[in-house]
Design a protein around this ligand. Structure first.
Ligand SMILES: N[C@@H](CCC(=O)N[C@@H](CS)C(=O)NCC(=O)O)C(=O)O
Length: 416
């Protein structure tokens, strides 16, 4: 997994196999001649010249298309000893926090990048093209309904099937979600106006968090989204000698994060999903849809598909036999859990799990796990990548969440 050290981002080591030979992906680079991003990689063997094909080389570049067609991801465990001898440890790239996706690019489709060139971008939402007037050589920017309709009809061509929402679209979607929006469609789940506005004079509760914990991140997002005043206490769970850890252990019934401690209370509350409801109810219920059908759908997601994804995530990561006795089976279980959520987004029409009504408890409960998949935790340990082709709506949903302020306030760039 990526981590930040000394102003540089340590890029995860990624390995691939092609025709019984092994390769290490070093990064992704803009090619000024080709006018697109290319993959930078190195053979993990002594690579001599081949007549009519290539010179002897230590590293090479290849188009994403050629790369994805020929190279299969694999893990460190798959590498034979000869290949391991060629691994380049700790390749680094300079870290620019302005880029949402600093080390890897994403596929955004032709004519939808910021420059109008190429097919990929380092930004979750390509910044320039959707805002600047299209030139005669650029395809016109799709209006949001057309862009969303394109996602409704899966096509064989991944280029047209998947694309990230542009900044303009996201802003339009936020406008559409605003309680004052006049064009809200009847029957769509709407978000209740908060009946209790937290005031800065309310005594803050104490939120015990650990930066790596996805369950704690859920509650953190809810606190940010509702504006409930809180004091953030970062806990080192394993160092009992620290005063914060001691205090945390005294107040947390199961000694797990997240834990919320009300002012003057002796014991805290420490189960993340009930805590999401607790925070929501304390602030007027803006994270639960008022519409009974949407509320029912939210509870169904929280009872089945979201815990299933959490189990599949940890089961695949940890090689749990109870998820499936084989790696292939565990990978399939993860993909199936993601398929269920992809279908939910297809049914609701997005941008949120329950549709246009706004971020709900279901989105919050799911996001920390998708963020970790998106960041490459499973790529690092298991050679797994979220497939833009198989889960295009989940990809867009993750990007949409990343651009929502209460979520953005908790992401890894903030936590690191
Ligand atoms: N079911 C709990 C899980 C919380 C949890 O497992 N937190 C982990 C950190 S990610 C923890 O505190 N572990 C400490 C321990 O088990 O001793 C929830 O959803 O709140």
């Amino acid at each position: 997994m990526a981590s930040v050290e000394g102003g540089h981002q340590m890029v995860s080591l990624e390995f691939f196999k092609c025709k019984d030979k092994y390769y290490q992906k070093l990064g992704e680079a803009w090619d000024h001649e080709v006018k697109d991003f290319v993959v930078l990689y190195r053979p993990m063997y002594h690579c001599s010249a081949k007549s009519g094909s290539f010179e002897a080389h230590l590293s090479a570049t290849r188009s994403f298309k050629g790369w994805e067609q020929r190279f299969e991801p694999c893990t460190w465990a798959d590498l034979p000893a000869e290949a391991r001898a060629y691994v380049l440890h700790n390749p680094t790239c300079s870290f620019d926090p302005e880029w949402t996706l600093p080390s890897a690019t994403i596929h955004v489709g032709p004519n939808l990048t910021a420059s109008g060139c190429g097919t990929r971008s380092h930004e979750t939402c390509p910044s320039a093209a959707p805002i600047s007037a299209p030139t005669s050589t650029q395809a016109p920017i799709q209006t949001p309904p057309t862009a969303l309709a394109a996602l409704e009809e899966p096509q064989a061509n991944v280029d047209t099937m998947f694309r990230m929402p542009s900044v303009g679209e996201i802003i339009n979607r936020f406008d559409a979600m605003s309680p004052t929006a006049s064009h809200r469609t009847e029957g769509q789940p709407s978000i209740q106006a908060p009946t209790l506005t937290p005031s800065p004079t309310m005594p803050p509760l104490e939120f015990f968090c650990a930066d790596y914990c996805p369950f704690a991140q859920r509650v953190w997002i809810a606190l940010k989204a509702t504006g409930l005043p809180f004091v953030h206490t970062e806990v080192n769970l394993w160092c009992g000698a620290l005063p914060t850890t001691k205090r945390f252990r005294e107040v947390s019934p199961s000694k797990t994060v997240p834990t919320i401690l009300e002012p003057n209370a002796e014991k805290g509350r420490d189960e993340s999903v009930p805590l999401l409801f607790y925070v929501d109810a304390s602030t007027g219920g803006s994270l639960s849809p008022a519409d009974p059908a949407a509320r029912y759908a939210m509870h169904i997601l929280l009872a089945g598909p979201i815990p299933a994804l959490v189990s599949a995530f940890y089961g695949f990561l940890g090689g749990w036999q109870r998820l499936s006795p084989t790696e292939v089976g565990r990978r399939a279980a993860l993909n199936e859990a993601l398929d269920t959520l992809e279908r939910q987004l297809q049914q609701s029409g997005g941008p949120w799990l329950l549709g246009q009504g706004g971020m709900s408890i279901a989105d919050i409960a799911l996001f920390p796990f998708l963020e970790r998949i998106y960041l490459g935790v499973l790529t690092w340990y298991r050679g797994y990548k979220l497939s833009q082709a198989r889960h295009p709506r989940l990809y867009v949903w993750t990007a949409h969440c990343l651009h929502h302020e209460p979520v953005a306030a908790t992401v890894w760039q903030v936590r690191s």
